[in-house]
Design a protein around this ligand. Structure first.
Ligand SMILES: Nc1ncnc2c1ncn2[C@@H]1O[C@H](COP(=O)(O)OP(=O)(O)O)[C@@H](O)[C@H]1O
Ligand SMILES: O=P(O)(O)OC[C@H]1O[C@H](OP(=O)(O)OP(=O)(O)O)[C@H](O)[C@@H]1O
Length: 195
């Protein structure tokens, strides 16, 4: 039933290396699903200035983040690239009430996502290493040293499994974007017509 949430929803964590196109693929899908109130694109809390460019997030200071963490404001939180990231606690309630929530996640934090949300769906967005380097340089959000650190960041390998969908975004955004849209549609169909 379109737009009407019944039963438990799904958390879709979009993960992958810096520059692979997580935000771009999510942006493509957000446009596609603009008329679907049951599909939510999570606004993360991040200790990154709001004018840094890229995703729209709730920008907080390190002290504010610590205070929010202490008060239990996050369903999941993690640190990477010298920043702290949080998924608001309300998202867990929304998923429990039938929403599909899509969040830019972290490969390292996937165990924490699973602990907080139970069964999740993982979209692993990838691109060839030279493509990553070119895109991060062109994005221009980080300085050269930070780009290098992102390119050399070690993250756990994602083991293929039924809850993991690999989306190669080395080519046109439209191709990867449509594959991600299909994944979200699949989650939605499964929720409304369980096997
Ligand atoms: N398929 C694509 N083709 C060309 N440029 C892309 C594509 N996907 C993303 N980009 C660009 O690459 C850069 C990194 O994408 P972004 O979505 O920020 O990646 P991530 O969130 O994984 O770090 C951005 O400047 C974005 O506009
Ligand atoms: O454990 P990992 O999978 O390596 O992920 C670590 C962090 O990297 C990304 O951050 P961010 O969106 O700030 O950076 P990006 O756009 O360059 O990927 C991602 O959203 C995680 O927060």
């Amino acid at each position: 039933m379109m737009g009407q949430a019944k039963g438990r929803g799904t958390l879709i964590a979009v993960v992958g290396p810096s520059g692979a196109g997580k935000d771009s693929v999510m942006g493509f899908a957000a446009h596609h699903f603009a008329n679907r109130p049951d599909i939510l694109f999570v606004r993360r809390v991040i200790t990154r200035p709001s004018d840094a460019g890229g995703e729209v997030h709730e920008s907080v200071s390190a002290a504010e983040f610590e205070e929010m963490l202490r008060c239990g404001a996050f369903a999941v939180s993690w640190q990477a690239h010298g920043l702290s990231y949080g998924v608001p606690r309300e998202i867990a309630d929304k998923v429990a009430n039938g929403m599909i929530a899509i969040v830019n996640g972290s490969r390292t934090a996937l165990p924490a996502f699973r602990a907080a949300f139970g069964e999740i769906s993982v979209a692993l967005v990838t691109a060839e290493p030279p493509v990553l380097a070119r895109r991060l340089a062109e994005r221009g959000r980080e300085c050269e040293a930070d780009v290098l650190r992102r390119l050399t960041r070690q993250a756990p390998e994602i083991i293929a499994g039924p809850d993991v969908t690999v989306i190669d975004n080395s080519g046109r955004l439209e191709v990867a974007g449509n594959r991600f849209v299909a994944l979200v549609e699949g989650c939605s169909a499964e929720m409304h017509h369980p096997a």
